[in-house]
Ligand binder design. Sequence first.
Ligand code: DGJ
Length: 386
Amino acid sequence: MKNLKFICSLSLLRNRYAVVLSLIMVSICARGECGGISPSSQGLIQGARWLDIEGEHINAHGGCVLFHDGKYYWFGEQRPLAPGMGQEGVNCYSSNDLTTWIPEGLALTVSETPGCDIERGCIIERPKVVYNKNTGKFVMWFHLELKGKGYGAARYGVAVSDTPVGPFTFLSSGRVNPKQYPLNLSEGLRNGNDETGVYQDWSPEWIEAVTKGLFVNRDFNEGQMSRDMTLFVDDDGKAYHIYSSEENLTLHIAELSDDYLSHTGKYIRVAPAGHNEAPMVMKADGKYWMVTSGCTGWKPNEARLFMSDSLMGEWEQLPNPCVGPKSEITFGGQGNFIFMDPVSGKHIAMFDIWNPECLGDSRHIWLPVTFEKGRPGIHWRQYWSF
Ligand code: DGJ
């Protein structure tokens, strides 16, 4: 008994020491003052540098995690460790346990061929990779901005690979569904005219006109704009491209072909004039949930939550799902993807703390999504471990 008491007080001391040590590390690393933390040894310390097995900060931003054949693959924007937007392409990391990450190199590399859509100098954002069971191919979609055109092109890009780590072959890029109207824009509002010059931007008339399809009509022939995006594969194997369209004012959900390489022409508008970007979608208890952000460039803002009984159905907006300190600015981050971890059975939400001065040093936040009273919540935890 005496021995037991001794062991207990020893382990209490040890536990206290461990807690104090991790709290010190959490506060140092949250301020970005340490070289970095390997998620494997320390759990996830939000806002710290997360190191791969080679000791480098994981350079995969705006990305996603794919679970395939018992392994996790983390894809994301490769960004420079210096000021500027220059990119090499899309990085891939693999892991058996979500904590020890092996750098697999560039899954998609920018092209050196002048005139190629993904020519070096282009912007590749928010890459998402899904596996197509019918074709056995890995399909990557991303937001593409053409070299030298700022954010004006507003295109999607598609690439394909036989293996998860790539190399992915670039297939095509473009605007979405030219000459197709959204399923939920009524006949009377479909005129194919460009009336954007008629209204003063942000006036009540302009907002009403946007709601009634001002930009859908403007872009009818060329195809709909596609910026921040995600992919979602439903239980029946159908895949969807969810993206910020209409000058980032309205979200679209477009159905993909069976091979996931193109659109079928069927799409809907969600939250017209709601100014949403950074969509991430999950399904739980037969309902579809989408978390988005507002549009404030690289600066964080308050997350929004939407719910629907069907992907191509009516979406209802609900209050901010984030809970805890700085929840009004998404804990300082912006959402990029929610994945279902089949091992823990948890949905995990991934966020970027953008560092526009050095995009490669943007930090990661991963948090589990929990359900209370049938609604998803994302609760802040500075430190947690799988
Ligand atoms: C916010 C988006 O979510 C990011 O992916 C990126 O496009 C920045 N805007 C650029 O300002």
